[in-house]
Design a protein around this ligand. Structure first.
Ligand code: TTP
Ligand code: MG
Length: 405
């Protein structure tokens, strides 16, 4: 089937949103993620910060070493989520199918609505223009005959880029002498295997296709086809229930030995998970507890439950799992739900507004009250604020310091 696909990817997304909302940040190296002195990584940074070598996923201490005069900032996920919603509304006008890959990135199937490549290109330019005018943000757009080519095209002239790859031949010509990692699914591990055979570029890979297929099986067949420009994957609308799990976690500034405190943190995490699940109309049939110990050893423990749809149910299960793990200093704790389903979606009210006669809701309020007394904080009155990443983190740190941990 002939396809025409647009790939849209926002430029330095979190950073661009913050700069838009505070123009005094414009032109400065802005680094979003953990703060220097905290543990954690860089989520993203402005292009000015990239000149210093700062990158996504880099440890923040390393980023600080490279760019000590940068402006560091925590991410504001609620804000980016809202912008993402606005982007989706624009994208949906153009696409007959929309596949969101991340908050800031999507594939749009415009085969029917555009009809031909020229009109698709005009659509791509219009989308860029609208995002700039209506949201004050810049993005890069790729237009192509396949998903892979569209993604390659959007990266080609980033930031504020626009590029068209009309045919498989054009795609192959463009990537022929690039590293094999340009091919979708070739990550670090696959690349190492190929390098070991002396296969470094797409050209090498094309010349030794049968060897690669022998070495990598199914994946080998896929990438050798891709090296010839072939990719028939359709744009597949994302359904939230396809997500494998919904979870929240926090990393402590100092390892925590007090399991009572950990249990209290589980309640807050469970509230956040409930909120997130409610906002997409999902419930889970299982709960996972995740811990990373001070020595970086990580464990997960899971349990199936009747209905992991209320914060209290999630909390109780996670707390029971916590009772059964080894007691050593803990660096990170997380809670998630899995086996998600969208049943009764219309019936489920957002957790916070659930019927007050609901036993779970009453129990939750009791828990929150007890927690409030223990730490001297008004949890019950500020549940909504806890959903924000920064408030949650600050609250948990406050609890840690006031529990003597
Ligand atoms: P990307 O699109 O990978 O990065 P970007 O939009 O910041 O920059 P550009 O596309 O111009 O290269 O990711 C989108 C957002 O996702 C990014 O703004 C922050 C977040 N993110 C993380 O939190 N951690 C990560 O490791 C990455 C790669 C992204
Ligand atoms: Mg981006």
């Amino acid at each position: 089937m002939e396809q025409i696909i647009l790939h849209v990817d926002m430029d330095a997304f979190y950073a661009s949103v913050e700069i838009r909302d505070d123009p005094s940040l414009r032109g400065k190296p802005l680094i979003i993620g953990a703060m220097p002195g905290e543990r954690g990584v860089v989520a993203t940074c402005s292009y000015e910060a990239r000149k210093f070598g700062v990158r996504s996923a880099m440890n923040v201490q390393e980023a600080y070493r490279l760019c000590p005069n940068g402006v560091f900032m925590h991410p504001n996920m609620e804000k980016y989520r809202a912008v993402s919603g606005q982007l989706h509304r624009i994208w949906r006008e153009y696409a007959s199918a929309l596949e969101a890959v991340a908050f800031d990135e999507a594939y749009l199937d415009v085969t029917e609505k555009a009809g031909d490549l020229d009109r698709a290109a005009a659509m791509g330019r219009e989308i860029k223009e609208r995002i700039r005018r209506e949201l004050g943000l810049s993005c890069s757009v790729g237009v192509a005959y396949s998903k892979t080519a569209a993604k390659t095209a959007s990266e080609e002239k980033k930031p504020d880029g626009f590029f068209v790859i009309p045919t498989p031949e054009a795609f192959v010509n463009l990537i022929l002498d690039r590293d094999v990692r340009v091919l979708y699914t070739v990550g670090e591990m696959t690349a190492e295997k190929l390098y070991a055979l002396g296969i470094r570029t797409v050209r090498d890979l094309r010349e030794r296709a049968s060897e690669v297929e022998g070495l990598l099986g199914k994946q080998g067949t896929w990438i050798t086809r891709l090296a010839r420009g072939i990719d028939d994957r359709p744009v597949t609308p994302y359904r939230p229930e396809d997500a494998k799990s919904i979870g929240r976690e926090v990393t402590f500034q100092k390892d925590v030995e007090d399991f009572g405190l950990l249990k209290d943190v589980l309640l807050l995490l469970a509230l956040c998970v409930e909120h997130r699940a409610d906002s997409v109309g999902l419930r889970g049939k299982g709960v996972t507890l995740k811990l990373t110990y001070g020595d970086r050893k990580g464990i997960t423990r899971s349990q199936l439950v009747e209905d992991a749809d209320s914060a209290v149910a999630i909390y109780r299960t996670a707390a029971a799992l916590l009772d059964r793990v080894e007691r050593r200093p803990v660096r990170l704790v997380g809670v998630s739900i899995y086996h998600l389903s969208g049943e009764e979606m219309q019936l489920s009210l957002p957790g916070y507004f659930r019927d007050g006669t609901d036993g779970d809701a009453e129990e939750r309020d009791r828990y929150l009250e007890a927690l409030g007394e223990k730490y001297g904080l008004d949890f019950a009155g500020h549940v909504e604020q806890l959903y924000g990443a920064e408030t949650l983190h600050r609250t948990v740190e406050y609890m840690r310091k006031h529990s003597g941990g």
